[in-house]
Design a protein around this ligand. Structure first.
Ligand SMILES: C[S@@+](CC[C@H](N)C(=O)[O-])C[C@H]1O[C@@H](n2cnc3c(N)ncnc32)[C@H](O)[C@@H]1O
Length: 295
């Protein structure tokens, strides 16, 4: 890997390390707390809880891109021997510090290790379950990573992947842009009108960049050039595919309203969003995939 890559990777590690530290100051990195956060209630709780129901005591589980470790820990709280890998030392320090506090109450075991997911060297047939959330789209060597996942899973093992796939579609960008224009957000209405006048026809591409968090990290969207689903389909049997709503995630992150108002509104939006995705009127990029390594 080149010097440029190593520099970007160090910046990636720094960014997510700072994020893990910031979030941990507000809430312990523990799914039992995080599942009540608005974004998780609306977007992820059902899928994460479903993943956790797949865990049997004594299973060997691996999480790729574990950050502050909340999902690796949750797998262990279900009784798994869980390993979490991430490039960020700082995130892993947050994860280890919290695990040290709660380990007596954890049914399984946890180990956190630094690793570059673009250059993995995993043991063969070692894991029953591998989980990777919101991380594949940051990877530049996805073919290798998916190969390594396949190699490291036991025959019959499960890969659970949750991520966005490809670019946001214009329909979603326009609907998400319109909703966040009309609804109260951190940006004042005066600033919204000013931005609309300033950007005019370029406004949708600004909204798209905001939805995709372009520029947030050095590798944000790097993996969008590869179709991770196609790579998984080539090797695994897809057991289940959950289509995430198309615009609800972005609106959930932007909406400024008391939870008592926001939650029922966002749940209704999610239901309508899902119907529109099913009808083909909106196109989602977020997916959760359950992929089985053949026996
Ligand atoms: C968007 S965060 C997702 C974190 C966590 N999975 C979650 O959903 O809360 C992406 C994570 O991937 C890690 N990451 C990005 N590129 C990586 C790489 N090449 N090797 C290892 N970890 C990487 C980052 O440090 C960060 O913790």
């Amino acid at each position: 890997m080149t010097d440029d890559y190593q520099q970007k990777l160090a910046a990636e590690a720094e960014l997510w390390g700072a994020e893990s530290e910031r979030v941990a100051r507000e809430l312990p990195p523990d799914w039992r707390y995080h599942r009540h956060l608005r974004h998780n209630v609306i977007m992820h709780a059902a899928d994460i809880d479903d993943l956790l129901r797949q865990v049997r005591p004594g299973m060997h589980a691996l999480e790729l891109g574990c950050a502050s470790g909340w999902l690796t820990l949750a797998l262990a709280q279900q009784g798994a021997h869980a390993v979490g890998l991430d490039i960020s030392d700082k995130s892993l320090a947050v994860a280890r510090a919290y695990y040290d506090q709660v380990r007596a109450s954890v049914a399984g075991t946890v180990e956190y290790r630094v690793a570059d997911l673009n250059a993995l060297d995993l043991p063969a047939a070692a894991y029953d379950l591998i989980a990777v959330k919101a991380t594949l789209h940051h990877l530049v060597n996805l073919d290798h990573t998916i190969d390594q996942i396949y190699h490291a899973l036991k025959p019959g093992g499960l890969l659970w992947a949750s991520d966005s796939r490809g670019d946001e579609h214009l329909s979603s960008v326009l609907v998400a842009g319109a909703l966040t224009f009309v609804l109260p957000t951190e940006t004042s209405y005066a600033d919204k009108f000013r931005a609309l006048r300033k950007f005019g026809l370029r406004a949708p591409s600004r909204v798209k960049a905001s939805i995709q968090a372009d520029g947030l990290s050095p590798f944000e969207g790097a993996g969008r050039e590869h179709d991770w689903l196609k790579l998984i389909e080539q090797r695994f049997t897809i057991e289940r595919r959950v289509n995430m709503p198309a615009v609800t995630g972005y609106v959930t992150a932007q909406l400024k309203a008391p939870e008592a108002v926001a939650l029922p509104f966002l749940k209704a939006l999610r239901a309508v969003d899902r119907l529109l995705v099913r009808a083909g009127l909106l196109r989602n990029t977020g997916l959760v995939i359950y992929a089985r390594k053949p026996l």
